[in-house]
Design a protein around this ligand. Structure first.
Ligand code: ADP
Ligand code: MG
Length: 723
């Protein structure tokens, strides 16, 4: 038996034997948020006036004063130092990769042989990391590679625990000296502002004189795989690309669906419990944990929060999953498609907008008036998705996600909206009804009739749609499991802001008289639905019929990242981002460059890995097996027996094909010089990927017949089923 397999089996068994030593954490209430510099901490540690000023910044977006910042900095650092922290870090989310942080000590020499703790407001709200090595798409030349960072007051500071100490982490927004957003947080905050502004305009028309701040909320469901760590280390592809580049399907895949309904394996459950308690300490409200459809696949989801906080917490979820896994001898795979032929992982982003005074705006109400308002927000969302489907598609485009979207898996690359039968019918009635307030048969008049009850039950809804209305929110399911949710949320908020702007501008022209206003709303809804209903689809999104139907409806279908990015790279996109103050043209263009470059890098790393694994692991193993078979055949012939060479012939021909594919890949991984990013992308899609696919196909066929003792890579069978 291979040593790695032996090790994996040992650690799975050992974990079970060690069960007795695993202890619980006590009552959750006692430790939830203990590592967060929370509102109650601030309230008790700050002078009243300072606390009030800070709250004003948090709740109303008023700029933070330096004098206030000094108090906050001192209270925050005292709290952290009392807890045992020695360092602080400004944490931000660069445009590629997960997070970036630079640690600084609170302490400096006091000149008398001791130390003093120093942490001022200036260090809190403004730092100057040298960030020349972060991708910036040409925004700054390296010689002026300084950026500034500011604490995002709407996201609390927290402590991370290492084995040897604690670090105070301060979530920050990151800009260049000229004010351009260099990371993901600034545009997210700007998009939330834009949405708030436009939503308030609409609400005012519906009689809310002071609707208060409207926030976008997000509840991201994270899917992931867990495999034994020995396998992870034994697979260069998992280590460097996050997914297997080779591997035949196991005899038992996911056809029985017994994993989804089955109980969680003990080692995994212990892991999940530690992840949950670590996240509780950080104030992340994790709520559900369960098995997913594929073997070795699981899900974790917190309760939804404001989009900004949810984004920060989502990073912590991903980090914690990866940090805790090794303690249980496991590796957590966040890639969208770690195993071919087995379900991939997504991150469903549940999204809605709400205000403290007005509640959830995507919640159908009880009265005709509330229903009318709901229909307006819902229709605005449908319009946003139809008009800007290319931006939504672009926001989830990256190399990993290409194996889900556009491949034979859910959801497809065609962006459509699922509304459910009842709501679709309501919209159809409105569309066919005309603006008359007279009630025809089966025609719903907004402002007069109430909606039929809409199902809130999550069990029977369509799970194949990339963008589904699920009772009181939309669920964007095309987001990839490894991706930050910031980008998709920026697009969602921005396109919704644009749609609400359109609605408000139209309705502001209407008379205020109640009946006349309702008639105007009806007319507007009618127009919105007629113009945008092509994007509504309640059927099976995986079917070939839908692909054809979507083509007839003229819905875009960008199968690959380069296509999706290219479609988003338009004047319309840039103008939209600029109009709502989310991204300047320069910022948006630089992002486009960065994402193209990232795609090229990701796939080229895979291509080179593919080649080196084929040359140094797979081909030599095939030759060993070939030798074994040939020697046996020769020996049999020597003693006068006839030997059957069917397998040997098969291996011979596979090795010949493998060799040919390797040579071709060797050739095409040398990217021609001087190509633009766009041309590099096209080269990859048209030339590199097909050769990688051919190579994989042959290698997998070889694995299928090769001696298990000789095969150098952990197999799908063992990775997915040894727990
Ligand atoms: P399912 O797997 O059925 O989609 P889950 O319970 O796993 O459901 O996840 C649903 C997610 O949606 C949770 O994060 C939940 O907090 C979130 N959610 C619920 N209501 C809203 C809402 N109004 N706005 C945004 N997210 C919401
Ligand atoms: Mg879901």
């Amino acid at each position: 038996m291979s040593i790695t397999r032996q090790k994996a089996i040992e650690s799975a068994i050992k974990h079970r034997e060690n069960q007795a030593s695993v202890t619980g954490q006590g009552c959750v209430r006692d430790y939830f948020g203990t590592n967060v510099f929370s509102d109650s901490q601030m309230k008790s540690r700050l002078p009243k006036a300072v606390y009030k000023a800070l709250r004003k910044t948090m709740d109303e977006g008023v700029p933070l004063d330096f004098s206030v910042a000094d108090f906050v900095a001192s209270a925050m650092s005292q709290w952290a130092i009392e807890r045992g922290a020695t360092h602080y870090a400004h944490v931000f989310y660069p445009l590629t990769g997960l997070t970036a942080e630079k640690h600084d000590s609170f302490f400096s020499p006091d000149g008398k042989g001791g130390l003093i703790a120093e942490f001022s407001g200036k260090q809190l709200i403004q730092g100057e990391p040298d960030a020349s090595s972060f991708p910036n798409g040409g925004i700054r030349a390296t010689f002026e590679a300084r950026g500034y960072t500011a604490w995002d007051v709407t996201s609390p500071a927290f402590l991370t625990e290492g084995r040897n100490g604690l670090t105070l982490c301060i979530p920050i927004a990151f800009c260049s000296w000229t004010g351009e957003a260099l990371a993901k947080k600034v545009p997210l905050l700007r998009s939330m502002q834009a949405l708030n502004k436009q939503a308030q305009r609409v609400l005012k028309l519906f009689g809310h004189e002071d609707p208060g701040m409207i926030t976008a909320s997000a509840g991201p469901e994270q899917e992931y795989f867990l495999i034994d760590r020995s396998f992870y280390y034994a697979r260069p592809d998992l280590l460097s690309a996050g997914r297997t580049l080779f591997g035949t399907r196991p005899p038992k895949g996911q056809e029985l669906e017994d994993q989804y309904f089955g109980s969680i394996p003990e080692r995994v459950l212990d892991f999940m419990m530690e992840v949950d308690s670590e996240l509780y300490k950080l104030g992340v409200p994790v709520k559900t944990r369960h098995n997913e459809v594929a073997p070795a696949q699981y899900e974790i989801a917190p309760v939804f929060e404001s989009a900004n906080l949810a984004t920060d917490h989502q990073y912590l979820v991903m980090q914690t999953l990866q940090r805790v896994a090794p303690k249980y001898g496991l590796a957590c795979l966040l890639h969208e498609k770690p195993f071919a032929g087995i379900n991939g992982s997504g991150k469903h982003v549940n999204w809605s907008l709400a205000g403290q005074k007005v509640g959830n705006l995507l919640n159908p109400g009880e009265t005709p008036h509330e229903n009318m308002q709901f229909l307006v927000f819902c229709a605005a969302a449908v319009r946003a998705v139809n008009q800007h489907a290319d931006m939504l598609r672009g926001a989830v485009a990256h190399a990993g996600n290409d194996h889900r979207l556009g491949a034979n898996e859910a959801p497809p690359a065609i962006i459509s909206v699922f509304l459910g039968e009842q709501l679709t019918e309501v919209f159809e009635q409105i569309a066919s009804g005309g603006a008359k307030s007279s009630k025809k048969n089966g025609v719903l008049t907004v402002g007069v009739d109430t909606l039929p009850p809409l199902p809130k039950d999550a069990t029977d809804r369509n799970r194949t749609s990339p963008f589904a209305f699920t009772g009181n929110r939309f669920e964007f399911r095309a987001v990839g499991s490894s991706q930050s949710i910031a980008g998709p949320l920026v697009v969602l908020n921005t396109i919704m802001a644009e749609s609400l702007d359109y609605v408000a501008s139209e309705l502001e022209k209407a008379p205020r008289d109640k009946r006349k206003f309702s008639a105007a709303v009806q007319k507007l809804l009618q127009r919105i639905i007629r113009e945008n209903s092509r994007v509504i689809f309640n059927g099976d999104n995986y079917s070939a019929e839908w692909r054809e139907e979507a083509g007839r409806r003229g819905l875009p279908n960008a199968a690959s990242t380069p296509e999706a990015l290219e479609a988003m790279n338009s004047k319309q996109t840039y103008e939209l981002f600029a109009k709502y103050g989310v991204l300047s043209r320069r910022e948006a263009e630089s992002r486009f460059e960065i994402y193209q470059e990232k795609y090229v890098k990701d796939v080229m790393i895979e291509a080179r890995l593919c080649l080196s694994m084929a040359r140094t692991m797979i081909f030599p193993s095939g030759v060993k097996y070939q030798q074994l078979l040939a020697q046996t055949a020769a020996a049999l012939t020597t003693i006068g027996k006839t030997s059957c060479t069917t397998t040997l012939d098969e291996v011979n021909s596979l090795l010949a094909r493998l060799q040919k594919a390797m040579m071709m890949l060797e050739d095409v991984v040398k990217m021609p010089e001087g190509l633009s990013h766009a041309k590099q992308c096209r080269y990859i899609v048209g030339t590199v990927i097909p050769v990688m696919n051919e190579l994989r196909q042959v290698a997998d066929a070889l694995e299928h017949v090769c001696d298990d003792e000789i095969w150098p890579l952990p197999t799908y069978q063992e990775m997915l089923f040894i727990r």
